[in-house]
Design a binder for this molecule. Structure first.
Ligand code: E4P
Length: 220
């Protein structure tokens, strides 16, 4: 399973990219609004740092406007993937732009059937929202599991991105379910690195190393 960062913050993306684990980025209108900067400038900066897929979302409501926005967004950089919501108009837009070779990530997926429709319309990616389903008392991961299973059974190549990730256990469950990607907020990515036994172990190693003669490390 690949890891994407779910953010429009260039600082967060730079930091995660320096860890060597970042395969892509997803943004959405809410994340972009937090940055208070022009959308296209943000996308250009992100695409300079990350060469993998960078999702940028349309805001038009009708297929015609979505198609126009998708074409414009895809011109920003070759690795832009256009995010389109799962609506009837969204499906029409996905089917049109995918025939032009524009890659799409169909967003706001809450059922496996929505994912199936998106895939059949030509989506490159579908994004089931795990956390938002958990918030209303459902088991969000089931949508990821079912979608992965259905796509496998029917030879569908559309990739499943586990989205709306709230904590490291969501990432673990997405990996177990066979999601191709988890798109993770930076706070969750940082939490994935941490373990108290790692901290305690490192403290102990360093304390013990202080007892070793200074010249012991090669190069000293
Ligand atoms: C997906 O690509 C969305 O950007 C995102 O995961 C939504 O997450 P949220 O439910 O935390 O807003």
């Amino acid at each position: 399973m690949q890891l994407y960062l779910d953010t429009a913050s260039v600082a967060e993306i730079k930091e995660a990219a320096s860890w060597g684990i970042l395969a892509g980025v997803t943004t959405n209108p809410t994340l972009v609004a937090k940055e208070g900067r022009p959308f296209v400038r943000i996308l250009e900066e992100i695409c300079e740092i990350v060469k993998g897929p960078v999702s940028a979302e349309v805001v038009g409501q009708d297929a015609e406007t979505m198609v126009k926005e998708a074409r414009e967004l895809s011109r920003v950089a070759p690795n832009i993937v256009v995010k389109i919501p799962i609506t009837v108009e969204g499906l029409k837009a996905v089917s049109r732009v995918s025939r032009e070779g524009i890659r799409t990530n169909v967003t706001l997926i809450f059922t496996p059937l929505q994912a199936l429709l998106a895939a059949r319309a030509g989506a490159s990616y579908v994004s089931p929202f795990v956390g938002r389903l958990d918030d209303i008392g459902h088991t969000g991961l089931e949508v990821v599991q079912d979608t992965v299973e259905i796509f496998d059974q029917h030879g569908i190549e559309t990739q499943v991105i586990a989205a709306s990730i709230r904590h490291p256990v969501h990432v673990l469950e997405a990996a177990r379910a066979g999601a191709h990607v988890a798109t993770v907020p930076f706070a969750v990515l940082k939490a994935m690195v941490l373990h108290p036994l790692t901290d305690r172990g490192l403290e102990r190693f360093l304390a013990d190393w202080a007892k070793v003669p200074p010249s012991a490390m090669p190069g000293n």
